[in-house]
Design a binder for this molecule. Structure first.
Ligand SMILES: Nc1nc2c(c(=O)[nH]1)N[C@H]1C(S)=C(S)[C@@H](COP(=O)(O)O)O[C@H]1N2
Ligand SMILES: [Mo]
Length: 319
């Protein structure tokens, strides 16, 4: 992803180290009542009270999803020690250590823009909105590596329907927390902070699009985007924003951070597409972390069921 400096790692050089850091200790702060500014009925009234996901707890009652792949799951130690998370570092091995003490409670998410139910929600309320599912998804980084992860969450559409977007709303924008004291990468200007991503509303409502708060049956590790991220498995990894604090609905296409940084390299859509090369490398193949031989990359990362979202669109122009 990186444009400057030396952090562009050709996919041929990706050999994940078998670093085995201690599982980070979550800093589970006290539950927060949350500054819920609500007019009329609220999203949080619809939460099911049974589920508790403390930052250090196993997540119970997780249902298996028919949307899961049956491919081999990538080892936990690889998924949690090889991360793109520029708020912490441009190095992929460093976020695990640097994010260890990151505070994910209290945490609120602002829902605003073109919705009937604008409000500020505590993350604990959000994760109780719908039944948690395990979704084993392929995840393809634009840099040529891929992983298979058992995420825990529920369809983003569950939150969207409770927010009640207005008819004018056509896009959803996701903003990552800005907290340079806790996130050393934000002390520099490697990206234009905060990190912003966006989806078209119909993409965000696709059943595959996941609002994610766990993986491997546990709360999400900090380096993987705790306490709340999205996972959009048919798109390159950078679309799946971590540590979300704001979800805004709009009538115009959000300017996502990477598109702003390098518009000729990273588009708004960024669907996984083996036929459209990155200007500096091919996207035809990928290396699964922990494996030696590369495998072919599939259109939409193999998630053909999203193709109808793009019918009539030139996916070379809308890369
Ligand atoms: N806030 C934020 N979200 C982010 C990123 C980032 O740097 N900051 N990196 C993206 C990229 S490029 C990838 S490949 C995935 C990596 O997710 P993982 O570390 O859980 O595998 O996170 C995405 N989400
Ligand atoms: Mo990525």
């Amino acid at each position: 992803m990186l444009i400057k400096k030396s952090a562009v790692i050709p996919s041929s050089e990706i050999t994940p180290r078998s670093l085995y850091l201690n599982r980070r200790k979550f800093l589970a702060g006290a539950a927060v009542a949350g500054a819920v500014a609500a007019v009329g009925s609220r999203l949080d009234e619809l939460a099911t009270p049974s589920l508790t996901v403390d930052a250090d707890a196993k997540i119970d009652g997780v249902k298996k999803s028919p949307l899961s792949t049956t491919e081999k799951i990538t080892p936990y130690k690889d998924v949690t020690n090889y991360n793109n998370y520029y708020e912490f570092s441009t190095d992929k091995y460093e976020p695990a250590g640097l994010a260890k003490d990151f505070k994910t409670r209290p945490w609120t998410v602002t829902i605003d823009g073109l919705v009937s139910k604008k409000q500020v929600l505590d993350v604990g309320t959000i994760i109780k909105m719908a039944a948690p599912e395990e979704r084993i998804y392929r995840h393809r980084c634009v840099e040529g590596w891929s992983i298979v992860v058992p995420w825990v969450g529920f369809s983003l559409s569950e939150l969207i329907k409770r927010a009640q977007p207005l008819g004018k709303a056509k896009f959803v924008e996701f903003t990552t927390v800005y907290d340079p004291k806790q996130m050393p990468g934000q002390q520099g200007r490697v990206l234009d902070w905060p990190y912003v991503e966006g989806l078209r509303l119909d993409e965000a409502n696709h059943p595959l699009a996941l609002l994610c708060f766990g993986m491997y049956g546990e709360a999400l590790p900090n380096q993987d985007g705790a306490p709340l991220r999205i996972v959009v498995p048919w798109k390159y990894g950078f679309k799946s924003a971590k540590a979300i604090v704001r979800i805004r609905f709009s009538d115009s296409q959000p300017l996502n951070t990477w598109n702003k940084m390098a518009p000729n390299e990273y588009g708004f859509y960024s669907n996984v597409n083996p036929n459209v090369d990155h200007p500096r490398w091919s996207q035809a193949k990928e290396r699964r972390l922990g494996e030696f031989l590369k495998r072919p990359t599939l259109m939409f990362n193999g998630y053909d069921q999203v193709a109808s979202l793009y019918s009539g669109m030139d996916l070379k122009k809308n890369f």
